[in-house]
Design a protein around this ligand. Structure first.
Ligand SMILES: [Zn+2]
Length: 218
């Protein structure tokens, strides 16, 4: 297809691949298909990330698996006058409610239960819909992708809450708070889920739209 044809093709969307071009994912420069490295930023070029979906599933599985010990093992180890208490994520939130700290409890539950679980589902649904060509429209899939990108930024809140709590209580003489083994699992789970979302090549969404368009034309 020539560039002139692209201009006159009207409302029908044309992907870079259909125009024999490949876009750099880091700086956006267009290069002719077949070029392997970006001329401007030297990043590797590929029309579609190879094995994007397999990597999405692999990282997502690792993230979900680590989320289990993150909830079973203690997140906080609290020492007060010689006695040690351990609290898990949910247990800690319930304790906070008992102390009347509803807002902090809400943040903890939101950041460490609602966000990760929503992210698992969003990434899984996105990958599954591209793989299976489900009835989800291209626009919906793009929205789903934007949501995962957006909530990804907030997933480390819980680790920050633990860090802040630790710093706050460490200042007192009678009590000390240390992060438990769940904190490490949780942080790793968040990192793996982020890698999973990052492995997703959003251009795959266009391919699945093209495919469903073709199916509709028939
Ligand atoms: Zn580039």
């Amino acid at each position: 297809m020539q560039v002139d044809d692209l201009a006159t093709s009207g409302s029908k969307q044309v992907t870079a691949r259909a125009a024999n071009l490949v876009a750099c994912r880091s700086c956006g420069t267009l290069a002719p298909m077949g070029q392997t490295a970006c001329r401007r930023c030297h990043a590797a070029l590929s029309s579609r990330e190879p094995d994007s979906l397999s990597r999405v599933w692999a990282w997502l599985t690792a993230g979900v698996i680590l989320y289990i010990p993150a909830n079973i093992y203690p997140m906080l180890l609290t020492k007060t006058l010689g006695s040690q208490e351990e609290s898990t994520i949910v247990g800690g939130a319930i304790e906070l409610v008992h102390y009347g700290a509803y807002f902090v409890a809400f943040i903890v539950l939101f950041a460490s239960v609602a966000i990760p679980v929503a992210k698992f589902f969003a990434i899984g649904l996105l990958a599954w819909s591209v793989q299976r060509g489900s009835r989800l429209s291209g626009h919906r899939r793009m929205q789903l992708y934007e949501i995962t990108e957006f909530i990804g930024r907030w997933s480390m809140i819980d680790v920050f809450v633990v860090a802040i709590l630790t710093a706050l209580v460490q200042l007192g003489f009678l009590a000390s708070i240390n992060p438990g083994p769940a904190a490490v699992c949780f942080a790793l789970s968040v990192v793996f889920t982020m890698l999973s979302a990052q492995s997703f090549d959003p251009r795959l969404i266009w391919d699945s739209i093209e495919e469903s368009d073709r199916r509709a034309e028939r």
